[in-house]
Design a protein around this ligand. Structure first.
Ligand code: HEC
Length: 259
């Protein structure tokens, strides 16, 4: 055991990010790098699923409205043909599909005129990719030819509880590591550790509110920005204080859990 005069183990003066030993730092760093990668993948996923909902790349209020509230003036298929599926068929074919849907999507017309359009443009994916509707049969198309009601209650319930449980764990460990940071006022630490949980709850609430009323889409955007800012700050600070700060050779003797 080390016995230098300034190194008093009994008062926990080693309990701060720069002073941790390599074992604990490697555990914390492995965790932080992995959730960092997870966050990048999650952003990419949001961009492809929600980002294109309004037909334009990038996340906007319209995307949130289309995803959660839907577009009651249009069927899902029409929304998609103007959105993420818009490059999947020629304008002429898209117009034929939309006219057919607006006229009530009858099965007779499907058999005689529309089926072929789907077979040429859509079924290469919409027959074998799991999780998206199968367009080889009339039934599969009929379901999306109805009014677009946005996210279903079943899918929102599922995503809400997974989101709350899983992400609060990520925030918990990210916050626990950051609680060992040196050089911050306590009120700032409390705020930046607690806020992500608050924003997470607001975020999930806002999906349900947006489903009811599109004007709540702003809440989704603001809470998302909120917890991202907090997490990036805590994440970056933790990495910095474990690896860059100790290079200054200054020793940090502070028990971050009591002071
Ligand atoms: C290259 C593969 C591909 C092709 C071709 C394709 N789609 Fe899709 N489609 C997808 C994927 C992946 C999704 C799920 C992601 C999304 O909603 O953007 C999807 C989703 C949809 C949805 C939403 C389904 C739902 O229940 O949320 C509709 C409607 C749709 N496509 C219509 C079409 C139509 C109509 C065509 C042909 C003109 C077509 N798609 C061609 C891959 C494809």
């Amino acid at each position: 055991m080390r016995k230098d005069q300034n190194y008093d183990l009994s008062n926990g003066a080693w309990l701060n990010l720069p002073s941790l030993n390599l074992t604990v730092k490697s555990l914390f760093t492995g965790y932080l790098l992995t959730i960092g990668l997870g966050a990048i993948l999650a952003s990419a996923q949001i961009l492809v699923t929600h980002g294109m909902a309004d037909g334009k790349l990038g996340l906007s209020v319209d995307d949130i409205v289309f995803s959660y509230h839907g577009d009651p003036a249009n069927s899902k298929i029409e929304t998609k043909l103007n959105g993420s599926m818009r490059d999947k068929a020629s304008s002429a074919d898209k117009l034929k599909i939309i006219k057919w849907v607006r006229a009530g999507a009858s099965e007779e017309q499907w058999e005689s005129q529309i089926k072929n359009i789907f077979y040429t443009n859509c079924v290469s994916c919409h027959s074998m990719i799991p999780g998206i509707p199968d367009f080889t049969q009339y039934e599969g198309v009929k379901n999306v030819a109805q009014i677009d009601e946005g996210a279903s209650t079943t899918s929102l319930t599922r995503v809400s509880h997974i989101h709350i449980f899983a992400i609060s764990f990520i925030f918990f460990f990210n916050g626990l590591i950051f609680s060992l940071a040196v050089g911050f006022k306590q009120w700032f630490k409390i705020m930046i550790i607690f806020l992500p949980f608050f924003f997470l709850t607001v975020d999930v609430f806002s999906w349900w509110l947006t489903k009811l009323d599109p004007s709540f889409a702003w809440m989704t955007i603001i809470s998302g920005i909120g917890y991202n800012l907090c997490s990036i700050t805590t994440w970056g600070t933790s990495i910095y204080q474990m690896w860059i700060l100790p290079m200054s050779r200054k020793s940090y003797r502070v028990n971050t859990w009591t002071e």
